[in-house]
Ligand binder design. Structure first.
Ligand code: NAD
Length: 288
């Protein structure tokens, strides 16, 4: 299948390479020469304009930094340029309102389109083990599914247009809250004189059980191996968690949802990211 791929950064580079490995003819475009050189080495055909990459595409995949860029790329270079009948897949993490708006415009021009943000970081993008949460119509999902399956381990239809982005930001807001809560409980247990490993053994098998404690323990040398054991390098960067929390707060405001803990978590990560944006988000425990 001829697939245009726009945005070959940390995530998109590995994803495009996996489409090549699955036998697709991948037509790559990025503003960065370094990204294009790497894409060429991975077997993609490279182009110097997004519109050229899209010209004969049966599918278009994008992995871009934010909603404003996604909107501009689709409106200028994809919609009306990709052949009629192409399926469009935006895998970037962006705001729900822009995701819905771009899909509406694509559908009005006769395309099938989904929002398909991912769970999993650079290692999962390279390894082809991402989880995709997909928003869009049933027919659009049916067409997008095999393309996404070549880049991930799970592809889940979340609902209508924008539902993928909604699932992503609600999940990551919950993750931020559980990480801060886990860090507070572990640190408080330690200050009260309880061995943190004993606390982990007890709470991970009790009602305190949660992913941040059980699968991503934020204290070095305690529980499972995690970025805490590598001085908080790698993993999920604080800056990216903050990006998702800002999107969550924007969406929460738009629908008047009560997100007291989400807002507090966003405030805590806003402060922490000023000096520590590159550290894994579990490093929040260092502030306690
Ligand atoms: P990145 O900055 O490494 O890559 C973005 C790429 O887009 C860059 O190569 C940049 O040159 C290119 N680009 C920017 N504007 C462009 C344009 N107009 N046309 C063509 N290319 C353009 O970012 P990333 O880490 O790969 O993240 C991409 C998306 O994936 C973001 O929305 C991010 O929130 C999401 N995401 C990232 C991670 C992660 O761990 N990095 C995890 C989950 C989701």
């Amino acid at each position: 299948m001829k697939i245009a791929f726009i945005g070959l950064g940390n995530m998109g580079g590995g994803m495009a390479a996996n489409l090549v490995k699955a036998g697709h003819d991948v037509r790559a475009f990025d503003l960065s020469d370094a990204a294009l050189t790497a894409a060429k080495a991975a077997g993609c055909t490279t182009f110097t304009a997004a519109a050229e990459a899209c010209a004969e595409a049966e599918a278009v995949v994008s992995m871009l930094p934010n909603g404003a860029i996604v909107k501009s790329v689709y409106e200028s270079d994809v919609i009306g340029t990709a052949p009629a009948g192409a399926v469009l897949l935006d895998c970037s993490t962006i705001d729900v309102a822009t995701a819905k708006d771009v899909i509406k415009k694509a559908e009005a021009a006769g395309y099938a389109m989904v929002d398909a943000p991912v769970s999993g970081g650079i290692a999962a993008a390279n390894g082809g083990t991402l989880t995709f949460m997909v928003g869009g119509s049933e027919p659009a999902f049916t067409r997008a599914e095999p393309v996404l399956a070549a880049m991930g381990k799970a592809v889940i239809h979340a609902g209508d247009a924008g539902a993928g982005q909604t699932a992503k930001i609600c999940n990551n807001m919950l993750l931020a809250i559980t990480m801060i809560g886990t860090a507070e409980a572990m640190t408080m247990a330690q200050k009260l004189g309880l061995d943190p490993q004993k606390f982990y053994e007890i709470s991970s098998q009790s009602s305190g059980y949660n992913w941040s404690l059980n699968a991503y323990t934020p204290m070095p040398g305690v529980g499972v191996e995690s970025p805490a054991d590598k001085d908080y390098q790698g993993g999920f960067a604080t800056a990216l968690m903050l990006k998702d929390l800002r999107l969550a707060m924007e969406a929460s405001g738009n629908v008047d949802a009560t997100t007291v803990l989400g807002a507090k978590a966003a405030q805590i990560y806003e402060e922490f990211a000023k000096e520590n944006g590159n550290l894994d988000f579990s490093a929040i425990i260092k502030t306690l």
